[in-house]
Write a protein that binds this ligand. Sequence first.
Ligand SMILES: C[S@@+](CC[C@H](N)C(=O)[O-])C[C@H]1O[C@@H](n2cnc3c(N)ncnc32)[C@H](O)[C@@H]1O
Length: 233
Amino acid sequence: MQLTSRLAKIADNIPRGTMIADIGTDHAYLAVYLVEQGICPGAVVGDLNQGPVESAESTVKAYRLENKIDIRQGDGLKILRPGEVDLVVLAGMGNNLIINILKDSPELLNSLKHLVLQPNKNPGDVRAWLAKNKWGIVQEELVEDRNKLYTIITFEPGKGFFPQDLFEMELGPCLLQNLCNPLVLKLLKKEEKKYSNILKGLSRSFYKPSPEKANNINYLHDKLKEALKIAQS
Ligand SMILES: C[S@@+](CC[C@H](N)C(=O)[O-])C[C@H]1O[C@@H](n2cnc3c(N)ncnc32)[C@H](O)[C@@H]1O
């Protein structure tokens, strides 16, 4: 099984020997790779929709892993029983969907030891919800796939880093410790451009954000410029 660079980077973040569930699996490529490579003894894969479940079934069958990968159709973590897996992957989804899936199954969430999350956008919202629920960040990585930057974050309950301010929440406390990483530099440049455009747009617009929102935008823009200066020095 040949994974895309995004899925390969997610696979790199799965500890050897862990029973995992890949929720919103679609094609089941990640689970098939992890089991085929002997990284995971087995996996549960779940998806809400019939088409993706059929796609998962055909991949698992093609690799003859039906006895190691359990395919279930259903909503989020509701397809799992507490204790049957240690780690859940939620990848390739929007931030709100990820948060809602976690929010909807508090008992199951409490039974997990690791979460590996790859929101397609707004990772800051995901960090904020998990920090509020006492999940710390133990690893953060960036990967570029087809000209898009993706953030992959591993959380564990009560361990690791808890973002200390809005800048760390939005950019990632672990990523910000790695300013010389070329992908971190790319992220800083992209975000600086985004906030710079927001500020330009606001200066020309009749719409006025609340003072709190305006402060946050200015704060993030200043911190991004500061971090870029350090990263480029
Ligand atoms: C864009 S795909 C991502 C596939 C794969 N995880 C990846 O990263 O390549 C998102 C998948 O999430 C599934 N999905 C959406 N809402 C869901 C939910 N509440 N529970 C489980 N799966 C869901 C969709 O059917 C879809 O197959």
